[in-house]
Design a protein around this ligand. Structure first.
Ligand SMILES: *Cc1c(COP(=O)(O)O)cnc(C)c1O
Length: 421
C-alpha cells in the first residue's frame, strides 16, 4: 500500500476516503502484482482495455523495436509505415464502407473527432445540420463534448454549464424497444439532426445495459431513412468484447463513423482511431483549406502505439482469438445461469465476454455505498473488480481460464456475504 502523501491526483477517486492504494509493479496474462507481493486477478481488464492478456510478447516486442527506430514524428504533412499499416488493417476488418482512418489518443478524443466529422460533413456539403442524438444512460467519455453526449448525473453535474444539449432517446429496455424506435423516428423527422451516437448492444459505464441486435438494426434503418449519420462508439465493444470483432457485425450493419480505442493496442499503450466512410472524407476534401478537418493532438498516430496496434491486429489474424472469446463467452453464460438462484442479486446478464448483475444497494446510482467496500473485499480475496454503483461486472482478458473465472465469481459471492449480508 502506498500512503498518499503522494502528489498524484487519481481519476474517479475520492482522496478523502481512499487514502492508501496498492502500487502495482508488474502484470502478466490475466494477473497483476502489487509491491507487497499480492497477486490480483484482473477481472476488469484494467478498465476494459486488455484483450489478449497483459504484456503479450508480440506486442511488447513490436513496441521495443519500434521505439529504437522511430519514436515520434509530427503527423500533419508526414506519414509513417506503422500508421499506414494499422490503417490498412483496420479498413480490412471494419464493417463495409469505412475506408478512412483518423488517429487520436483516447476513446474520448475518438468520439470528439466523430462528432466534429459529422458537423463538418453537413457544413461542407452546404446543408448545415448541428443536432446530436444520443441514448439515455450513454457514456462517451469525460471531455466536455463527450460528457454532453453522455448521460447527465453526479459525474458531470458540476460541469453542466459547459455542456451542449443533445436529443435524448430512451434506452431500449427489453419489451420497450418500440418506444425507443418511435422517439428516434420523431427526433430524426424533426430535421437538423446531424448524427445519432450510440454504444452498440451494451452501454458500458451507464450500467452494463444490454439491448438486442434487432433493435440496433432498426435504429440503423431509421437513421438511414432520414439521412442521419450513424456513429457507433465501439470504444468498449470493439475487439471482441461482445463475441464478434465489432458489435455492429451482430446487427449486420455498417455505421457511417466508428470509434475505436480501448482494445486497439491490446491494452498496452494509448491509441484511438475514428473510421469514416468516403462520403464524409470526401466532403472535407477540396482545394479550399477552410474545408479541411480541423483536429489534431501532438501525439496523433504515435509510431510506438501504432506498432503495438499492428502487432495486436496480427495476433487477431494469426491466433484463434475468436475461438477463445467464444469459450470465455460460454463460461460467462454458465456463471450467469448459476447466479440466477442467488437472491442477493438481480438482472444477471451477459453478452460475449462481459457478465454483469445488480446488487440491492443501500443507495442508488454511482455513489452507492456498496461499491468501494465490495471492491476492497474482493481485493482481499485476490480479485480486482470495480463495481459501477450497485452493478457488478466481470470483463476479464481473453486468456482467462475456466478455473480463474470460477474463482473470481466465488470471490465476489464471498465478498458480497461480507459487505452486504
Ligand atoms: C471508455 C469509453 C470511452 C472513453 O474512452 P477513454 O479512453 O477513457 O477516453 C468512450 N466511449 C465508451 C463507450 C467507453 O467505454
Amino acid at each position: 500500500m502506498t500512503e498518499l502523501s503522494s502528489p498524484v491526483w487519481h481519476p474517479f477517486t475520492q482522496h478523502g476516503i481512499e487514502t492508501r492504494m496498492p502500487s502495482v509493479v508488474l502484470a502478466a496474462g490475466a494477473w497483476i502484482e502489487t509491491n507487497d507481493g499480492q497477486r490480483l486477478f484482473d477481472a476488469i481488464s484494467s478498465w476494459w482495455v486488455v484483450t489478449h492478456g497483459h504484456c503479450h510478447p508480440k506486442i511488447v516486442a513490436a513496441m521495443q523495436s519500434q521505439a529504437a527506430v522511430l519514436d515520434q514524428v509530427i503527423f500533419a504533412g508526414m506519414t509513417h509505415e506503422p500508421a499506414e499499416d494499422v490503417a490498412r488493417k483496420l479498413v480490412g476488418i471494419a464493417p463495409a464502407g469505412l475506408q478512412h482512418v483518423f488517429f487520436s489518443d483516447s476513446g474520448s478524443t475518438s468520439v470528439e473527432v466523430a462528432l466534429k466529422m459529422a458537423l463538418g460533413y453537413w457544413r461542407n456539403i452546404g446543408k448545415t445540420r448541428t443536432g446530436i442524438l444520443a441514448l439515455e444512460h450513454a457514456y462517451h467519455g469525460d471531455t466536455v463534448g463527450t460528457m454532453s453526449a453522455g448521460a447527465r448525473g453526479v459525474f458531470n453535474a458540476t460541469y453542466a454549464p459547459l455542456l451542449f444539449d443533445v436529443g435524448r432517446i430512451p434506452f431500449p429496455y427489453e419489451g420497450r424497444e418500440q418506444a425507443t424506435l418511435d422517439a428516434l423516428e420523431t427526433a430524426c423527422r424533426g430535421g437538423n439532426v446531424a448524427a445519432f451516437i450510440f454504444e452498440p448492444l451494451i452501454l458500458g459505464a451507464g450500467g452494463m445495459l444490454i439491448y438486442s441486435a434487432e433493435t440496433l438494426a432498426a435504429m440503423h434503418r431509421i437513421c438511414r431513412h432520414h439521412d442521419v449519420l450513424f456513429i457507433a462508439d465501439e470504444v468498449m465493444t470493439g475487439f471482441g468484447r461482445t463475441g464478434r470483432m465489432f458489435a455492429c457485425e451482430q446487427a449486420e450493419i455498417a455505421p457511417d463513423i466508428l470509434c475505436l480505442a480501448k482494445g486497439l493496442t491490446g491494452g498496452s499503450i494509448p491509441l484511438a482511431a475514428t473510421l469514416s466512410t468516403s462520403r464524409i472524407f470526401d466532403a472535407h476534401k477540396s482545394t479550399d483549406r477552410a474545408h479541411m478537418f480541423f483536429h489534431s493532438s501532438s501525439y496523433t498516430a504515435n509510431p510506438i502505439a501504432c506498432a503495438a496496434a499492428s502487432a495486436n491486429l496480427d495476433i487477431w489474424a494469426e491466433e484463434p482469438v475468436l475461438r477463445r472469446i467464444a469459450e470465455l463467452a460460454d463460461l460467462q453464460s454458465v456463471a450467469v445461469e448459476r447466479l440466477r438462484s442467488d437472491t442477493r442479486i438481480s438482472n444477471a446478464r451477459s453478452i460475449g465476454t462481459i457478465a454483469a448483475f445488480d446488487l440491492a444497494a443501500q443507495r442508488d446510482g454511482y455513489l452507492s455505498d456498496i461499491a468501494l467496500p465490495l471492491r476492497d473485499a474482493c481485493r482481499k480475496r485476490g480479485a480486482l473488480i470495480r463495481p459501477l454503483g450497485g452493478t457488478v461486472y466481470v470483463m476479464p482478458p481473453y486468456c482467462t481460464t475456466e478455473a480463474e473465472l470460477r474463482n473470481v465469481f466465488a470471490a465476489i459471492s464471498d465478498a458480497i456475504g461480507e459487505v452486504a449480508p
